[in-house]
Design a binder for this molecule. Structure first.
Ligand code: AMP
Length: 287
């Protein structure tokens, strides 16, 4: 695996791969790699023949400085995992390399509701940071395919919208959520869950799964109310638990007015904020 810390080196290597007619897939991450990240890399290897992974803990998407400071950075383990899985390139830029002082850019897209609801309410500025870094990383890497995780459902919806609005020549693939055996969605932040609270952490998955079996026999409002109340009973502090339209992220009030339905949830377990989601009714989307 080739490791590049600078844009110029990465771009030369990707250009060579392209000259050799390789299809290039890009998997952006913030490191602390787990099976969820590795599933994205496996997907990338399935749909392309040259896989670029980035590890960049993007400061502009952290609305909470403590979260940024506490973010795990086990770099040598990450590199070993990437070597073992057979990634072709690791891009490991500094903050200066991604945001050089002379480079000032805005991503001129109207995201409407997409950035304002759910995470947008509780993590002000977060998506502005995500949009900027993904735009910049795409500009640097110029991949044919971008692979992201459905775990961050809203993030995928926003990046899909950006790609469509700017006519970026990249295909977006969203890969399903990878979970622990007990149902907890894998996340780099899970290492911070207090061991005494860990057995309860999978309640989110069980409550979402239950909602998936009963939703059509009740109303969206009731699904939201019951889910949030069960989570609170399980010891979580709920920020949102809401059935939304999978395309627009607007609140679902009546089932028959939406074809793509997903429950999105964010809740605190002790000092750790967990997010998860469950698709109730799916549609095929292509960018
Ligand atoms: P992060 O390192 O948290 O920025 O995540 C990098 C990518 O991995 C994002 O596209 C995430 O959605 C994805 N990802 C994180 N956790 C999971 C998971 N449990 N299953 C699938 N994809 C995931």
């Amino acid at each position: 695996m080739h490791v590049f810390t600078q844009v110029s080196g990465l771009q030369k290597r990707v250009a060579t791969a392209r000259e050799r007619n390789k299809r290039i897939a890009f998997v952006p991450t913030m490191g602390a790699l787990h099976e969820g990240h590795l599933s994205l890399i496996e997907k990338a290897q399935e749909v392309a023949d040259y896989v670029v992974v980035s590890i960049f803990v993007n400061p502009t998407q952290f609305n909470d400085p403590k979260d940024l400071e506490m973010y795990p950075r086990p770099l040598s383990f990450d590199i070993a995992k990437l070597e073992a899985i057979g990634a072709n390139v690791l891009f490991l830029p500094s903050v200066q390399e991604i945001y050089p002082a002379e480079l000032d850019f805005v991503v001129d897209v109207d995201f409407g509701l997409l950035t304002k609801v759910l995470e947008g309410v509780y993590r002000p500025g977060h998506f502005e940071g995500v949009i900027k870094v993904v735009y910049r990383l795409l500009e640097i890497t110029q991949p044919d395919v971008l692979i992201m995780g459905q775990k961050d459902f809203q993030q995928v919806a926003i990046i899909r919208h950006m790609i469509q609005e700017l006519h970026l020549p990249v295909e977006l693939i969203a890969n399903p959520i990878v979970r622990e055996a007990d149902g907890l969605a894998l996340s780099s932040r899970n290492v911070r869950i207090d061991p005494s609270q860990r057995p309860r952490a999978n309640s989110i998955f069980y409550i979402l799964s239950e909602a998936k079996t009963i939703w059509h026999s009740t109303t969206p409002t009731e699904v939201n109310r019951v889910g949030a109340s069960k989570l609170e009973q399980a010891g979580f502090r709920v920020e949102y638990y809401e059935v939304v339209d999978g395309h627009t992220l607007e609140t679902v009030e009546q089932w028959d007015q939406h074809e793509y339905l997903v429950i999105c949830v964010a809740a605190w377990l002790g000092q750790v904020r967990l997010i998860d989601n469950m698709i109730l009714q799916d549609v095929k989307i292509t960018v």
